[in-house]
Ligand binder design. Sequence first.
Ligand code: DP6
Length: 329
Amino acid sequence: MKASCRAGSNIAFIKYWGVADAALLIPLNNSISMTLADAHTTTTVAWDSSGILPTDTIVIDGTQLQGAPAQRIVAHLDRLRALAGVSHKARVLSKSNFPMASGIASSASGFAALTVAACAALGCPWDASQLSAIARQASGSASRSLFGGFVEWERGSSHTSSVAHQMRAENHWALRDVIAIVSARAKRVSSSSGHRLAATSPFTTARTLCVADWLATVRHAIAERNLSLLGPILELDALAMHGVMMTSAPSLLYWQPGTVAVLHAARAWREQDGLPVFFTIDAGPNVHLICEAETAPTIEKRLRALPAVRQVITSRPGPGPQLLDEHLF
Ligand code: DP6
């Protein structure tokens, strides 16, 4: 009744922003991401079949969650209990090796690790695609962290068809995500609330129309390992998504001065110094610089020299969730 799992976060090249079905968490568009090897969450779940545990106990990065913050995780445990036909309460302990809620998708790795560990501890025979659908209901981006390497989440039209699949394994392309942390504070508006606001932006329709073409280009760029094809689309969709965020009602402005400083620096390094590097940004102030392995040390060094940058984390493409023999308790 106990299992542990490590799952990587992921960085989206084509973003998920906005829902077609808020209850099922079916997105407006397909999204494509790279699973990260070096930004991950480890979670141990133990189900209490003795009935002694009165409530679920959830400890994340050393803090026991109470009330609303615990609710999202309890809701996911409820979903898993309903699917498995059990009523046991669970003890959950989880830790991530990167700052949470700051534009590195901790919910992606967190809910992927929780789903895999919890299902393994229950002995459920579900495959990665079924687990992807289950994780999606807790956090959309978690559906993609069920797979390693380069991953596409099909929008689909039902619970079972809105799932991710692997496009290419992690060893297909030695890309790096060099993450510039300009603020490690938790964001004020969660992605979950932001998705519902996307419908209020006049730019959502335009972005959704463009995404079909961008997806085709990104699929091709990944297959061909072509960064000069991937990079401009990466930047375009990040800016389009933040355009949607900024023009929704209420307006969401995740950028900080440090965000803009890194964007200008990255463009100058590319346009003036010829470094093949491109940016993307999730729902937070931190900037992800995507480049090939050989360029990463130069980018890291230059980022560390910028006053706005507090920390630099570099990640390789990573595998899908791994069940672990060692537990956190
Ligand atoms: C901007 O709904 O997966 O990272 O609310 O934190 O679970 P949480 O996030 P999620 O939205 C992620 C949005 C995004 C873009 C993306 O990863 O596709």
